[in-house]
Ligand binder design. Structure first.
Ligand code: NAD
Length: 317
């Protein structure tokens, strides 16, 4: 039962990771300001969420089925909400894809775009008209640092997030007129199933059609560096959820919201050199020449920066 003073928050992809933590954090808000509709493709996956939500389940948190890749599922879910009224839509569901481009079938690439790009658009198309009519609402999209800066062997995933950034940047201008806010959440690495799936997949996969040099770069340079980066720079899903709650509760929410201050310099490089050369060369050296040092650097950076880079990010604290 939703109280009239509560904001209705719909979150996609709540069976694990960031979505689960966001759902629980908002549902357990001390002032009970939110009613969370936590959605997932299959309610058989609800146990972790229900356990973490505790008493909030059935009070400030309800569950619903939603597959962002299905028009019918999205429509059914929104039709099931009283007056189709959603105050805050959090587009969190997403999938990753890592590997040499030549080894990835086009169908697999399309699946990433179907979820990360068209999945978000499907949700926005269903919820936005009512927000425009009411002249109010907040749409949040969980993007990634890789939606701002490309990283080797993440070409397709990064492209799906860049596409989302471009779509939302355009839409935000139009929505401004209707008092509907759009915000991007841009995490760096986060310790969730995402990371686990990536490491598991890489152990099992073969990479047909990839030349030995590229395979060496991927397996012996990129993958160990990626593991180091996750270990050294990774945030917890709680931190990302806390950043998102801050964005929701801000009186003037920003459009772009990096959640990890350690990534500010990488994004700054992009704006410092509009030719793109500086970013490409720097990331090349980080991956291929400085890989083993990155873990040490990451730990040192955490202590050294100690919050002084946070002005450019939404600090979770
Ligand atoms: P996760 O795998 O734990 O969560 C993703 C969720 O999306 C899962 O619950 C999954 O079931 C759901 N999902 C996938 N396809 C779906 C579909 N068609 N319909 C509905 N739900 C679907 O990983 P996470 O890290 O919590 O990812 C959440 C978001 O954060 C994603 O958009 C991801 O791109 C983004 N992100 C993650 C990281 C990271 O390092 N983990 C970094 C930056 C951005």
């Amino acid at each position: 039962m939703v109280c009239p003073e509560q904001k209705v928050v719909l979150i996609t992809g709540c069976s694990s990771g960031i979505g689960l933590k966001m759902a629980v954090m908002l549902a357990k808000d001390k002032k009970k300001r939110y009613h969370v509709i936590a959605t997932m493709r299959d309610l058989k996956q609800k146990d972790k969420l229900v356990e973490a939500a505790g008493d909030a389940h059935g009070k400030t948190l309800s569950l619903a089925v939603l597959d962002v890749c299905s028009d019918e599922s999205v429509k059914q879910c929104i039709d099931g909400i009283k007056d189709r009224h959603v105050d805050i839509l959090i587009n969190n569901a997403g999938i990753g894809l890592v590997g040499p481009v030549e080894s990835i079938p086009i169908e697999e690439m399309k699946r990433v775009f179907e979820t990360n790009f068209f999945g978000v658009i499907r949700m926005i198309k269903e919820v936005m008209p009512e927000m425009k009519r009411r002249r109010g609402g907040h749409i949040i999209v969980v993007s990634s640092v890789m939606g701002l800066q490309g990283v080797a062997f993440n070409d397709v995933y990064s492209a799906s997030k860049f596409a989302m950034e471009g779509f939302c940047e355009s839409l935000a201008i139009q929505l401004f007129k209707f008092n509907v806010t759009l915000s991007m959440i841009e995490p760096g690495p986060v310790h969730t199933e995402f990371e686990v799936k990536m490491i598991q997949d890489m152990g099992q996969k073969e990479f047909p059609g990839t030349d030995p040099d590229t395979l060496h770069s991927f397996k012996d340079l990129y993958l160990p560096t990626a593991v180091n980066i996750f270990e050294g720079y990774g945030q917890s899903p709680e931190e990302v959820a806390r950043c998102t709650k801050k964005v929701i509760e801000s009186s003037r929410p920003r459009f772009r919201n990096l959640t990890n201050s350690l990534y500010s310099p990488i994004v700054a490089l992009k704006y410092a050199d509009e030719t793109g050369t500086l970013s490409i060369r720097t990331i090349y050296h980080m991956l291929y020449n400085l890989g083993p040092l990155l873990h040490v650097c990451a730990t040192a950076m955490k202590y050294l920066t100690c919050g002084c880079l946070r002005r450019r990010t939404v600090s979770p604290n």
